[in-house]
Design a protein around this ligand. Structure first.
Ligand SMILES: NC(=O)c1ccc[n+]([C@@H]2O[C@H](COP(=O)([O-])OP(=O)(O)OC[C@H]3O[C@@H](n4cnc5c(N)ncnc54)[C@H](OP(=O)(O)O)[C@@H]3O)[C@@H](O)[C@H]2O)c1
Length: 330
């Protein structure tokens, strides 16, 4: 899979087009500021009474009410939470967007699972940053970029791919790498990675290891440092050098433990569970379950978050992090 070429990431198709960013949260703030700094005509669409209005104005960004914003958009960028997008589209964007405008997403979920079915005259694009909003802005400010995935779901104008490429360039992604994919592949791999590795997998691994050490009588602080705090040191090595590179940088003792014990922790039962989790994502069972959870007021999520907040890891974590206030600076 080759990254897109500079010709495919030409910023020109965005010239003289009005981009409206809906939402000024994690991604919305980063995209709006990056586009402004790339000399794109950008405004922010915010709901009445939005807490984000003051910050937009401090940043010198124009803010419009959702209807006026949608009416003025050549490119409408959906950067409100995924569960809010279908309602925003149905109530504001579908009736107000100009014929042949473009609708751009940073994640394929709602299109892939048909939670939102756009008008057929619209271009429907995706530029999905492979990083959180803070990094999208920070890397741009440093003259770098976060890589991104690009996809076209609907090409009504014939120029959807070029427009998505221009957006990726304006948001700084062309400085790193942009890969063409589909809404389906982006959505399914993103959900799988957050469930199996990034959130679900890593969170359970840390918690189980912390509990194993503290149940065996080791001090909580030591368990916290070696099972949680040091994850970042290894993650940084893995990101910059790969798994083999990380293994070249650790001691022989650590490498031998990795070689002989790692696959006992993540063995066949975990691999079997990963396959089932992927199947649930691909056949839509996960999306159905999530929708039911949201419609019933998030009972599972609420209980899960309350239990996680009350876990001893949190109290010891707060004490340890207070000793190093600079950690919060990233
Ligand atoms: N978080 C990430 O770093 C990340 C990474 C990759 C992709 N994405 C994708 O990027 C998109 C945006 O996610 P996000 O995490 O950036 O969202 P977010 O930070 O949760 O979005 C917050 C913004 O949405 C607005 N908002 C919330 N509820 C609203 C409602 N009911 N009506 C109108 N506006 C509402 C908020 O308005 P107020 O300002 O008025 O509160 C705020 O400006 C999603 O598709 C997500 O999957 C996110």
């Amino acid at each position: 899979m080759e990254p897109l070429t500079p010709q495919q990431l030409d910023p020109a198709p965005l010239a003289s087009r009005r981009v409206v960013v809906f939402g000024f949260g994690a991604q919305g703030r980063a995209h709006a500021l990056n586009l402004r700094d790339s000399s794109v005509d950008v405004v922010v669409g915010l709901r009445p009474g939005s807490a984000s209005r003051a910050e937009c104005e401090r940043e010198g960004l124009d803010v419009l009410a959702p209807e006026a914003a949608a009416e003025s958009a050549d490119v409408a960028v959906m950067l409100v939470p995924d569960e809010v997008q279908p309602g925003l589209y149905a109530e504001i964007l579908a009736p107000c967007l100009r014929p042949e405008a473009a609708l751009l997403f940073a994640h394929g979920y709602n299109i892939h699972y048909r939670k939102l079915v756009p008008r057929t005259d619209l271009d429907v694009l995706m530029v999905a940053p492979l990083g959180i909003g803070e990094q999208v802005r920070r890397q741009y400010e440093l003259g770098r970029g976060v890589p991104a995935l690009l996809a076209v779901h609907q090409d009504a104008s014939g120029g959807a791919q070029a427009l998505a490429g221009a957006y990726a360039a304006a948001n700084g992604h062309a400085r790193a790498a942009v890969f063409a994919t589909s809404f389906a592949a982006e959505t399914e791999t993103d959900l799988f990675a957050e469930q199996a590795v990034l959130c679900g997998g890593v969170g359970q691994l840390i918690t189980a290891a912390f509990e194993t050490l503290t149940e065996a009588g080791y001090p909580e602080e030591i368990a916290y440092f070696c099972c949680l705090h040091e994850v970042k040191l290894i993650a940084d090595l893995v990101q910059s050098r790969g798994l083999a590179g990380m293994r070249r940088s650790i001691s022989s003792t650590a490498a031998y433990g990795d070689a002989t014990r790692g696959s006992r922790v993540i063995g066949q039962p975990s691999r079997d569970a990963m396959r089932v989790i992927l199947a649930e994502i691909r056949d839509g069972r996960f999306a159905q379950e999530l929708e039911a959870e949201m419609q019933s007021g998030q009972p599972t999520l609420r209980a899960w978050k309350a239990a996680a907040e009350a876990h001893p890891l949190e109290a010891v974590g707060a004490r340890v992090r207070a000793l190093m206030p600079w950690l919060d600076e990233g």
